[in-house]
Structures are given as structure tokens and as C-alpha cells.
Write a protein that binds this ligand. Structure first.
Ligand SMILES: [Fe+2]
Length: 245
């Protein structure tokens, strides 16, 4: 029935001019995102076709799994910037920070203040999908004592918080800003994640959004967020992301 049909919109209409994607895995061969420079460029071009032209890409920094140093991340960023230049792609800006797992290694990077920020003092952090670190609130306290502002990646994806909204209020109270994964609004991570993201939206707990793009499949799925209803619910967050330009 036509009445129930969602009103679709083009992603180019959804993303405002000056929007910055603050969460993605576009640097070649250093995490579970782009495997090589060709994939990096293809992902960027695809997102450009959606109207996303500014990126702060955020490779994982995660213990021994992805022990990416700040120096390596900067080197890989250079590789991408040079490839874009070589291909005469001039309407894209790309910088790099990181998505830090809040583990012991992160605590020692913090002690050295060897942290790549999204902009100014904003730091993108995540935790395991199985459980929060036992010293989570100490880490968040320490981070802010050093002058940083934690931006918690995809809070809706931590299943162990799904049963009680109070967990999220506690994190906000402890100084966390929240970054919604746009794909959480689809069924990509399951219906519980989707439900939690709409609850957190209703409660007005989010501050920013990110695509968390790892590969081209994510970008195919991203087209599903092109509806008027979703546009209305996240327009203010898309605007907030402009502050990272
Ligand atoms: Fe990520």
C-alpha cells in the first residue's frame, strides 16, 4: 500500500555541506578496514557520491591486534592524500585520528599524551562488545584530567547496556559524548542495536554521527538511511558534525 511506503531521499540531500565523517577505517592495510590503497580510494569516491567530502578517518588502536602508532597512522594518511592528489581529486579533505580501545595500552598512551584527536581535544574511544573495562570510569576520569573529551563510538552497539537506559545516562554524566553509527539505524548490527539507537535518539543522548565504514558492503547498506523519517531524526546531529571541519 502506497500509504505505508517510506519517503526515500537521496543521500546527497541527507548529508549537509560541510558534514565531516568522524568515524571510518579508510587507511590502507592497518586494521579491518581498507586492505590496500585502491580500496581506500574506492571507498572515498563512493562516499563522495553520497555527498560526504570531509573525513577524519579513525583506524583501530587495539592492543596487539592493531598496535597502530601515531607515526604509522600519519604515514598511511600521507599515502592516501598523495593518491588523491595523483588522481586529481581535489574536493576531498581527509585527516586522521584513531578509534582507541580503552585498554591498558590506551592508558599508557594517555600517560605519554600520545593521542591523536579528532579535533582540538576530542578523542574517539570504544570498548569491547562483550563487557566494559573494570576500570572504565577511572579511564574516563583520567582522560578528562589530561584535558581530553571522550567521544564514545557507537554506544548502541554495547549489548550489555541494552537492558537499562541508566547505563547510558551514567556514561553521559561521566563526561562521554556519544557518536551514533549511522548503520545502527538499519538492521546491519541486529534489531536490538537498531531499537537501542532509536531509544537513545528519542532521549536526545547523541552528540555526533559517524559511518564507521570498513568496506563497500557498509556503503551499500548506508543507502537505507535515505528516508525522510531518518533525516528528521538525525538532522541536528549531522549539523553537529560540521564543528569538526
Ligand atoms: Fe570503528
Amino acid at each position: 500500500m502506497l500509504f505505508f511506503k517510506k519517503k526515500r531521499i537521496d543521500l546527497k540531500e541527507l548529508f549537509p555541506k560541510g558534514f565531516v565523517d568522524i568515524h571510518s577505517h579508510l587507511l590502507p592495510g592497518i586494521d579491518d578496514g581498507a586492505k590496500d590503497i585502491n580500496q581506500s580510494i574506492d571507498l572515498i569516491k563512493k562516499m563522495r557520491s553520497y555527498g560526504i567530502k570531509n573525513f577524519i578517518t579513525t583506524p583501530h588502536v587495539l592492543g596487539d591486534v592493531y598496535p597502530n602508532s601515531s607515526i604509522l597512522i600519519k604515514e598511511k594518511l600521507n599515502v592516501v592524500q598523495e593518491a588523491l592528489e595523483k588522481q586529481q581529486i581535489k574536493d576531498i579533505t581527509i585527516r586522521a585520528a584513531a578509534e582507541y580501545m580503552m585498554d591498558e595500552q590506551f592508558v599508557s598512551l594517555l600517560e605519554k599524551k600520545d593521542i591523536l584527536t579528532l579535533k582540538d581535544n576530542y578523542v574517539l574511544v570504544e570498548m569491547s562488545y562483550f563487557s566494559a573495562p573494570f576500570n572504565l570510569f577511572e579511564i574516563l576520569f583520567e582522560l578528562q584530567l589530561k584535558g581530553y573529551k571522550p567521544v564514545l563510538a557507537h554506544p548502541e552497539r554495547y549489548n550489555f547496556y541494552h537492558n537499562d537506559l541508566d547505563h547510558f545516562y551514567k556514561l553521559k554524566k561521566a563526561g562521554c559524548l556519544f557518536q551514533l553509527n549511522l548503520l545502527s539505524l538499519t538492521k546491519q548490527y541486529g534489531t536490538q542495536v537498531q531499537k537501542t539507537s532509536s531509544k537513545l535518539l528519542q532521549e536526545n543522548l547523541y552528540d555526533f554521527v559517524g559511518t564507521d565504514t570498513h568496506h563497500s558492503m557498509h556503503l551499500e547498506l548506508l543507502q537505507e538511511i535515505g528516508t525522510e523519517k531518518i533525516q528528521q531524526s538525525i538532522a541536528h546531529l549531522l549539523e553537529n558534525n560540521k564543528m569538526f571541519l
